[in-house]
Design a protein around this ligand. Sequence first.
Ligand code: C2E
Ligand code: MG
Ligand code: MG
Length: 578
Amino acid sequence: MLSAQAMLALDRARLNTEITRHRDDHLNALVEQASDVILIIDEDDRIRYASPSARILLGTSALSGASLVDLVDSSERRQAGYLLRYARSTDASAVDGGSRADWTLHAADGRTVRVEVSCRDLRTDESIHGVVVTLRDVTNQRRLEHELTRRLFRDTLTGLPNRLFFDERVSEAIAADAGVTGVLLVDLDNFRAINEALGRETGDAVLQTVAARLRDTAGGFLTARVGGNEFAVLAANVAGVEIVDEVAVRLTDALAGPIFGDGDMLSCTASIGVATTMNAGTAEELLRHADLALDAAKAAGRGTWRRYDPSTSTAVSYRLELRSALRQALQDEALIVEYQPIVALDTGRMAGLEALVRWRHPTRGVLSPGEFIGIAEESGLITPIGDWVLATAIHDALEWQPTGPGSYPYVSVNVSVQQFRSSGFVDTVHRLLSEARLPPARLVLEITESLLLRDDDKVWNDLKRLRQLGIRMAIDDFGTGYSALGYLRQVPLDIVKLDRIFISTMASSTRQRELVRGIVQLTRTLGLTVVAEGIETEHQRAISHSIGCGYGQGYLFARPMSHRDAIAWTAPATGSTD
Ligand code: C2E
Ligand code: MG
Ligand code: MG
């Protein structure tokens, strides 16, 4: 019985040893196969144990007794010591996975390796009694990561940092808040033309030349390529605004010089927008200001630079906002046409109505043409807008009642120079009239003196064609533009609309009145009808009539009104016998 028990005890002990041996073998196998290096560190940061893989990573596995911190690159030793101390602190044990970092180690064979380090405090573990440090070789991984970030932050064509990198540095500079920070946005004026005319290869070469010039001229300030043909320079935390301005001058000059390549000589000037932290508190604001300044520089002509000016910025950004909203307005049918009567000054009978466009802006209320016609002209939207007004006016005029037996009011439509010169304008007018079946005699087109400024056969011919169709032509705002009375003799016209400046000054100045009388007499001898614009008072009406104006338009008679009101206005008065 005893012997049986003894046998059993002996067996159990054997079994235990066997199990332990197995377990150790298994562990050893794991440790031995792992490319990760496992170190056990003593209380004084000396290595007690190093796994065999240390030979591969560190060039030797004979590390017993060596100080771990001494293997670390001198620049990182302090952090390394700190990490080991931290691993032994109670805070670290709370962190899942222990404490981690990246170290650069010097291997025994002279190589430098980058390792990811993780530490685990196992001092209380019976079998370990120390801090376990695992080193994983991440040299290639980090190199790849570095290369990727380099690519992520660099423009491949010019080798300059890109927008991502630049924006980050701007934020950093502002955060540092150690002086004035300036951003200079550089836009190549005629790059697109060069690219289109000479091909992409030349375009690329120009960009490379420009990049090099900018970098050399920026004098150590960060230079980046932030867009297709846009570059930027960051003057971070300098002593004053003057320094930023100096950079702008230097850059403008540097780019004014010609670019030579392949026997060609090109000129690719730049417009530069400058903004500084004197007016901006955040990176976004600073960059936005630089953009606005760039717009101002471009508007001022090529090869110039402008510093952001707070007083013009709201105007500029407002215009930009309107420009994009206007495109939408045309689609959303947010434009409306109002009509203002033109009346005979003797009888007061309405002869026609002028179509005046308005824009029902979603947030800014109803905008008058003075607030958006300029923008429409800049952006080329004036032609579709003008065509739409023309179509609407022709359509609306169909509903107007005759003001006398067989006499219908005409509709007078403003046509801007761009629209008039757009291809197929005359055909469009003709088509719209035919489709609506509105007699051409009921349409007047108002043009301005600027259309007649240049000797242009096409304009001349188109005017003639329109008149041959039976449409009448009026010259608007007469007297304000170039006041060349001579052309009244030659140009095929029907109506002259005297600008309201004459009407308002005539009442107070007899000299002015005689001058205007002269003009009116001349136009009448040429067979032209005269409409006095902007008649606001009875006195003005009387004078206008006395000097020979047949017709008038103004608040005295009626303000511009909706199409509905215009129908009511044209309807014969109740009780009329017509
Ligand atoms: P305009 O062709 O000379 O039109 C007359 C302008 O004088 C209108 O301004 C009208 O509201 C205003 N007005 C009329 N009577 C009086 C008055 O007694 N006193 C004063 N102070 N003003 C008076 P509005 O509607 O603001 O239009 C301004 C200009 O915008 C027009 O001047 C015209 O040149 C342009 N415009 C309007 N609609 C169009 C359009 O559809 N196409 C184009 N290209 N231009 C348009
Ligand atoms: Mg007009
Ligand atoms: Mg006018």
